[in-house]
Design a protein around this ligand. Structure first.
Ligand code: TRP
Length: 334
């Protein structure tokens, strides 16, 4: 355990995991567990930065936990952020070594600000949304993580985390926080089936993403009506067909992939055949995960207590870091 590098990542509880989340992040987490000392969080404090209903948030938090377990994340690696309030205390301390200027430059925040058309937007944007990258830094630094698997959209937040860590170290104690590095891994880039020029995401709307925990018939329908091409003959593969091949590669067996790809090259590919193969592949990929999910749901109480216990164990590490931080920064510990 000691010489394994420490990996930390987290996901917001936003409802069901979709295929893009699974192939782009969760599946990777499951693999990383073999070679790294992993800690993964369901970050409910982060989910408060957008309007939400309290009962729904709690429900979504447990749902995300159960779905991550169904996907193969080990319970002992998983924590719920609000069970470890030290994250928010470190957030405050770190926010005092973070400049307003660097936080204002976060493009995700600027984009969200742009999208709001309201005249009153300055009043509608919470401090939480503005400073959430500092809480993200706290999530990472409280476990002194070495590596953070992130997508491109989180790269800038990780850069901020490194700056915060370096400034803290400079002001309060050399080399206290390791500077966490991004861990980029090859992940398939899954596009929306309805608009294959865009990344699969929930924010595009219902028809754009495949729900891993939804109805299998719905998946069949979605694949059947996936956009392929506009009918024009082009030199290169259209984004829609390329996306279907990507999905086939990650879910189907390689001989089906090879043979359909061969058909494509010969100009003999039938889209209906490709779609059937994709449907079948996806259903084969998803079915065991869905079955595990059902089993977990029928034993909810036990899984809740397992995750509470895991969070309590993980909290010990967070407590220790916070204690040292308070010592270094001149605060008192209770
Ligand atoms: N900000 C990340 C997202 O929106 C989620 C997140 C919160 C995270 N804390 C983190 C990711 C720590 C990696 C490490 O996707």
């Amino acid at each position: 355990m000691k010489n394994k590098k420490k990996v930390l990542s987290a996901i917001q509880p936003t409802g069901d995991i979709h295929l893009g989340n699974y192939l782009g992040a969760v599946q990777n987490w499951v693999k990383l567990q073999e070679n790294y000392d992993c800690t993964f969080g369901v970050v409910d404090y982060h989910a408060m930065t957008a309007p939400y209903k309290p009962s729904q948030l709690r429900q979504n938090t447990w749902k995300m936990v159960f779905q991550l377990l169904a996907c193969g994340v080990k319970p002992e690696h998983l924590f719920i952020q609000s069970l470890i309030p030290e994250h928010t205390e470190l957030n405050w301390i770190l926010s005092c070594v973070t400049s307003y200027g660097e936080t204002s430059r976060m493009t995700q925040f600027k984009d969200k600000m742009e999208q709001l058309k309201d005249k009153n937007k300055e009043a509608l944007i919470s401090m939480g949304l503005f400073s959430y990258p500092v809480l993200q830094a706290a999530d990472i630094l409280i476990y002194k993580a070495d590596l953070v698997p992130v997508g491109k959209d989180q790269e800038q937040h990780l850069e901020l985390t490194r700056n915060i860590a370096a400034r803290f170290n400079y002001q309060f104690g050399k080399d206290f926080f390791p500077l966490p590095e991004p861990l980029f891994t090859e992940v398939p880039k899954v596009k929306s089936l309805a608009d294959p020029t865009k990344k699969m995401s929930k924010s595009l709307g219902e028809k754009h993403y495949i729900n891993m925990f939804g109805d299998l018939d719905r998946i069949r329908k979605q694949v059947r009506s996936a956009v392929t091409d506009t009918g024009e003959k082009t030199e290169s593969m259209s984004p829609g067909v390329e996306n279907l091949f990507t999905l086939l590669k990650v879910s189907g067996d390689s001989s089906t992939y090879e043979s359909l790809m061969n058909d494509y090259k010969q100009g003999q590919l039938k889209y209906s055949e490709l779609k059937n193969a994709v449907s079948e592949g996806l259903i084969e990929l998803i079915t065991p995960i869905k079955e595990r999910y059902e089993a977990i749901l029928s034993d909810k109480k036990q899984y809740k207590s397992i995750i509470k216990e895991a969070s309590a164990q993980i909290r010990k590490g967070a407590r220790q870091t916070l204690k040292e931080v308070k010592e270094l920064t001149g605060l008192l510990s209770p």
